[in-house]
Design a protein around this ligand. Structure first.
Ligand SMILES: [Zn+2]
Length: 115
């Protein structure tokens, strides 16, 4: 459900941008998605298709920009990129870490068609 809400708010923002610039159609949408955000691109696409029906975003092509995760070990404070989303410090072996990036999901840019 969190996913659906996030997609809905991105769609709303994209439609607003299109209206403000008097665009007929949204050609494509670029979404930033964190490596460990647990969001699935296929399911985002599916929700998008449902939500964007009968809107100028209906035929928009979705592009995904994957953002690498970075976490900071709580034991040794080293920063590392979790492999396969797994939080396990390669320096000291600790499992506790603070997530610095990688959970993002937001609208990065859109391409408009002014007809
Ligand atoms: Zn560590």
């Amino acid at each position: 459900m969190r996913e659906l809400n996030a997609i809905q708010s991105i769609l709303t923002k994209a439609l607003l941008t299109a209206r403000e610039s008097n665009a007929q159609q949204i050609k494509s949408v670029q979404l930033a998605i964190g490596e460990i955000s647990e969001l699935d691109q296929n399911s985002i696409q599916k929700h998008w298709d449902e939500l964007s029906q009968d809107t100028p975003a209906e035929h928009a092509k979705l592009h995904f920009h994957l953002i690498n995760a970075e976490v900071q070990c709580m034991a040794c404070f080293m920063k590392y990129d979790p492999v396969d989303g797994e939080i396990h410090c390669p320096h000291c072996g600790s499992y506790g870490a603070k997530i610095l990036s990688g959970e993002e999901f937001y609208l990065e840019s859109i391409e408009l068609d002014h007809g």
